[in-house]
Design a protein around this ligand. Structure first.
Ligand code: SF4
Length: 385
């Protein structure tokens, strides 16, 4: 139970970035890559300094979720995770019920590390599997096999992790629906609480972008894969609660849900972004500069942008509509002191008429057709400046 003092504080999500990977995957444009053990050590020291530099801000908030992502957080010494979380708990008020997730990639996890994570307070593990087919894993440039993942997964279960996500990627070059369903079925048999299933995006600057042109991507196949994913996962007891995320009842990712519902978040670490009191910013992306300036929050933060009312409304719509339960009309009114129809009346009527959006019990949400055309629907909510 929280006490009265923390009850009155604003909720906060913390994202902690670990930008290291054993090797770069072929499709990845995240801020991540291989590094020496010395760089990793210096980075963790710097990260801890950055955590302490947020003491004044920490007083305003109650941390409800923590997400350690990357990169590959499991590629650093397991003890570092304990040190990072110890610093977080010294500086921030962390809710006793906080969801504390960490990404782990097969090939970098062992029993000792998993024990360290448990001891440090991690209560949700997110495994980056991507495919259950070893040929596809090789194509993606992953460092692990399906069997290594399975071994790590069972190890985590045995050590008592009872909230596990598995990340998957569909629509790989040359992948058939049958191959994709076979990945889903293999993963379902393990009964993880949560499955994220994103379709591949060809990001500029990656080897995949060079190799497979945009034309190779078949939108119709994408759509069929998407609806098959929903069918297979729903039959196995997973609810789709966001466009690409599925969970057993009660296991929706609280951290990601808080982004989509507009909770403030603080990003710590190289290149991490934050949104606090409608001010958005990104941390320094240069490793040397990050390590040098980590105890001075003001020198780390770049691209500071204060969101005006129109931008806040747009964000509210874009993020909220990603969730299957959609946006709450009364919340729009509470936040902006205006009926949603006064701002978006025409867009809403057009989208209702075209069966892209639906309204029920004070909520507005995407229909199946709207999900297929979500980019089109979202773009309608941009407001002229
Ligand atoms: S492990 Fe993840 S973050 Fe690292 S290179 Fe591969 S996809 Fe990118």
């Amino acid at each position: 139970m929280e006490n009265k003092l923390t009850d009155s504080k604003k909720g906060l999500g913390l994202y902690i970035h670990i930008p290291f990977c054993v090797k770069k995957c072929e499709y990845c444009d995240f801020l991540s890559g291989p590094a020496s053990e010395e760089t990793k050590r210096l980075y963790v020291e710097a990260l801890i300094k950055e955590i302490f530099s947020n003491k004044d801000l920490a007083a305003e908030y109650l941390v409800k979720t923590i997400f350690i992502g990357g990169g590959t957080p499991s590629s650093i010494d397991g003890k570092f995770i304990g040190k990072i979380l110890k610093a977080v708990k010294e500086v921030f008020n962390v809710s006793e019920q906080a969801e504390i997730s960490m990404e782990a990639n097969p090939g970098t996890v062992n029993e000792e590390k998993l024990r360290e994570y448990k001891k440090a307070g991690i209560n949700r593990i997110s495994f980056g599997l991507q495919s259950a087919d070893n040929k596809e894993l090789k194509l993606l440039g992953r460092i692990h096999s399906y069997e290594e993942f399975e071994e790590n997964y069972y190890m985590a279960r045995e050590l008592g992790f009872c909230n596990i996500n598995v990340d998957l990627i569909s629509a790989l070059p040359g992948q058939t629906i049958k191959q994709w369903v076979s990945t889903l079925e293999k993963v379902i048999q393990l009964k993880p609480e949560h499955i994220s299933a994103y379709s591949l995006i060809l990001e500029e600057g990656t080897p995949f972008f060079e190799r497979y042109s945009e034309e190779d991507q078949d939108e119709d196949l994408d759509r069929r894969i998407y609806s098959k994913t929903k069918e297979v996962l729903e039959n196995a007891g997973y609810d789709r609660y966001e466009i690409s995320n599925y969970a057993k009842p009660g296991f929706a990712c609280k951290h990601n849900s808080s982004y989509w519902t507009g909770t403030d978040y603080l990003g710590l670490g190289l290149g991490a972004s934050s949104l606090l009191n409608n001010i958005r910013c990104h941390n320094e992306e240069n490793m040397n500069a990050y390590i040098r300036n980590s105890n001075d929050r003001n020198r780390l933060r770049k691209n500071i942008e204060s969101l005006d009312r129109k931008q806040q409304m747009e964000e509210f719509m874009f993020l909220g509509l990603r969730m299957m339960e959609g946006i709450q009309k009364s919340r729009f009114k509470d936040l902006f002191h205006e009926d949603i129809e006064n701002i978006y009346g025409d867009v809403l009527s057009q989208s209702f008429d075209e069966n892209l959006l639906m309204e029920k019990n004070n909520r507005i949400f995407l229909t199946e057709k709207g999900i297929d055309l979500s980019n089109v629907v979202m773009s309608r909510f941009l407001l002229d400046n």
